[in-house]
Design a protein around this ligand. Structure first.
Ligand SMILES: NC(=O)c1ccc[n+]([C@@H]2O[C@H](COP(=O)([O-])OP(=O)(O)OC[C@H]3O[C@@H](n4cnc5c(N)ncnc54)[C@H](OP(=O)(O)O)[C@@H]3O)[C@@H](O)[C@H]2O)c1
Length: 232
């Protein structure tokens, strides 16, 4: 049984990942809002805003084997309507929140025999898309952070990888999927003709945390219905 910390486990991909991993592991879940669906006995939940909260208030296990950082943003606006604050907010939640968490938990991750960190990018980091300037800038920073930390921590056998989803049916994407017409148009943009599910992202997160991925580090995995690499 591994000790796995999941930030942003209240909804969406973080929630699906917590519920999946709780079948076999102890989960320390942190999110802004508690969710009744997080009721597995292996999940210890803490309400906290990761940007403003003090992680020192949580008593983490001495050894942490996995860290999944799932908070993020989809701020879609034409470039001339994106403010400096939009760029700053996206950078803070996507990058600085992850930096704060990894820095706090690094001593515990170092004590694991096989630690793994999973961050979240987006297909928009790889593929230029209109209105994505702010989120794409932040998610490319996440990818840079992923590879840089993978290099720096490799001597300590801490693996660091990122998942780059395309449109996934979660609360974060609810505006983009709010009508049957929007849902169908979104589905058709993907080579596999549908949007993704939180459970599909959770499968990849669970694999990257597990020892089955023990020789994988510094990678960005598109879980995107083919969007990032296939053109029909
Ligand atoms: N869904 C997509 O289409 C999509 C596409 C590309 C990339 N991604 C990336 O995938 C990751 C997961 O996305 P998702 O769709 O699962 O998002 P989501 O549905 O918004 O869920 C994110 C969870 O993180 C929590 N959270 C947000 N900010 C937080 C903070 N400051 N402190 C603590 N918890 C916080 C949220 O709390 P609350 O419950 O209080 O809101 C929520 O429980 C993100 O990095 C996102 O950018 C998603």
């Amino acid at each position: 049984m591994k000790n796995i910390v999941i930030i942003g486990c209240g909804k969406g991909i973080g929630l699906a990942t917590a519920n999946k991993l709780a079948e076999k592991h102890k989960i320390i879940g942190i999110s802004r809002t508690e969710n009744p669906e997080l009721n597995h006995p292996n999940i210890e939940f803490h309400t906290m805003d990761i940007m403003t909260g003090n992680l020192d208030e949580i008593s983490f296990p001495e050894v942490i084997d996995g860290l999944v950082y799932a908070p993020g943003s989809i701020t879609l606006k034409p470039f001339n309507r994106l403010s400096a604050d939009d760029f700053r907010n996206d950078f803070e939640i996507n990058v600085l929140g992850a930096v704060k968490t990894v820095q706090k938990l690094l001593p515990n991750l170092k004590k694991s025999e096989s630690a793994s960190v999973v961050l979240f990018s987006s297909v928009a980091a790889k593929l230029g898309m209109p209105f994505h300037a702010s989120v794409a800038a932040s998610k490319n920073a996440v990818e840079g952070l992923t590879k840089s930390l993978a290099a720096e921590f490799s001597a300590q056998k801490i693996r660091v990888n990122a998942i780059a989803p395309s449109l996934t049916d979660t609360h974060l994407a609810s505006q983009l999927l709010s009508t049957p017409e929007k849902r169908e148009a979104s589905a058709k943009r993907h080579p596999l003709q549908r949007v993704g599910t939180a459970e599909e992202m959770a499968e990849m997160a669970a694999f990257l945390v597990s020892d089955q991925s023990s020789w994988i580090t510094g990678q960005i995995f598109g879980v995107d219905g083919g969007m990032g690499s296939v053109k029909l």
